[in-house]
Design a protein around this ligand. Sequence first.
Ligand code: PRX
Length: 631
Amino acid sequence: MAFRLKSKSDYQEAYKASIENPENFWEEIASHYTWQKPWTKVFESDFEKPDVKWFLNAKLNITENCLDRHLKERGDKIALIWEPNNPKDAVKKYTYKQLHAEVCKFANVLKARGIKKGDRVCLYMPMIPELSFAVLACARIGAIHSVVFAGFSASSLADRINDASANTVITSDAMNRGAKKMDVKGIIDEALTKCTTVEHVIVVNHLNEKTNMQSGRDVWYHEAVAKVNENCPAESMDSEDMLFILYTSGSTGKPKGVVHTCGGYMVYAGYSFTNVFQCDENDIYWCTADIGWITGHTYIIYGPLLAGATTMMFEGIPTWPDAGRFWDVVDKHQVNIFYTAPTAIRSLMAKGLEFVEPYKLSSLKVLGTVGEPINVEAWEWYNEYIGKKNCPIVDTWWQTETGGIMITALAGISDLKASYAGQPMPGVQLALLDADGKEIEGDDVEGYLCIKHAWPSMIRTTYGDHERCKNVYFSNYNGYYFTGDGARREKDNMYRIIGRVDDVINVSGHRFGTAEIENAINEHDEVVESAVVGYPHDIKGQGIYAFVICNKEHSNDVETRKEILATVSEYIGKIAKPDKIQFVSGLPKTRSGKIMRRILRKVAEGDVSNLGDTTTLLDPSIVDELKEGVV
Ligand code: PRX
């Protein structure tokens, strides 16, 4: 079987082979890479514990496969293009040789501070080349990176640093966001007042901002890097050693640290990138995600570099200097493969075609989307005005926990259907389950989306709390990994993702647990209790609707509303601010005290004509109040 699938029959054969004999299938895929020592067994899998291992006892370093492996054949090829926030500023480009040198230097800066294999390093940075260097530098020396999206607040950052007991933070002085300049180091300083484990803070001077440096702890990257050389041997990692932690929200508790390991993640990241995007040697590939999310990890850094591709990272935002920025960048760099989120498509669509028309977009060959369901209207706009009806759209379904794309079309190979993610990747064994945990067979059926066989890049644990991993993903249905999504299956194994079936809200492709937002709202002095639900939002996919009960002293709705938004910004970050707040005197609770979220969702959707059975409510009169107060 070839590593790269090129036709429908290749897909079918590979899919069949992957189910009939997963060992052989994955062994062939894995042998595409450079291993310091081969595996003794392809996988071991127990979904009960859970305990999953891939490529047992093999040794490798992912950066040798991302960088060193390419030096002979494509050392002078551009590996990384950096497009700055301001289109007038200089673009930066790094060949594979140069990127290799930058990563080795960054790794030596870490080593010079005593940072070593197994240490946790938190990265809180804007989208600048040093972020990619730092991620790969950690992997080079075997330190475990935990990238935190630079939109999270100091409080969220502190939680993540503490959960991982990170001893090092890598950051920058400040960051650009369109026309705005934002503080970064100040947020680090604030977060670190709540952290005791951090000994080293490495600060990249990005914008020459006046920056407070704490002596003994903080060091400028440009000063440290001047003292090291560009040779750094790659640490030998066991296939099951941790590669990174990435925090994500679930339906309960605080965000959890999803753990990925070296060997399996590498194999799946490279395999899925090559096959989904069908990236050719001279293609320019651009994924617009932030490296603070899994999409940036797998499909800006690791996947493309494993494939020896040219990957671009973009510092800016889609709407600055105007809503044509994405298309300007596509033309400027002659981008061939473009991967973005439905929310970005919808927001640019709303700005009008005058921002698209000035651009040729003739270099584009493949379009992709990720993060949330794409509605038919947005799919068609993307297809017609961006792809000029000439580019396959791969609608890729996956999760932080899956490490790589699981359901998708293969560009130019698979049949496409708007709003359908498509078929499982070869190697991915899906199942739809009913509420009793029975597998639903056949076509034209809907159920809870589960995965019934281990795949190499699956979550291994939630950092420091294995029970939680078991409870969240492996306990709902025995023997299955539960995704938290509902899905529909049609003929030819075509899947359509319906959305989350748990208390997770997907806002512009960002995941939040309702409990997480409620906890933040409840921090406000006047708030007694709150309940948060998602509601359909034209641009964001889902918006956040909060029902809030305040105490007696509550006097001014307008002020309290503002303060609640500020509280959520403080505890989580601006990205989690509720879109709507309705003040209420009570919540619809059953006699056993459980909030009937079904009713709240209907109210938030503005669909109050039929709220279903409300007779089990402790106080049914609350429903009329809710209906009358809809925001
Ligand atoms: O609900 C699904 C939705 O995003 C969730 C995963 O979120 P996260 O871990 O943040 O990863 C996002 C990027 C991989 C899923 O459970 N989701 C992701 N991609 C799609 C999607 N929903 C529909 N269609 C997609 N293509």
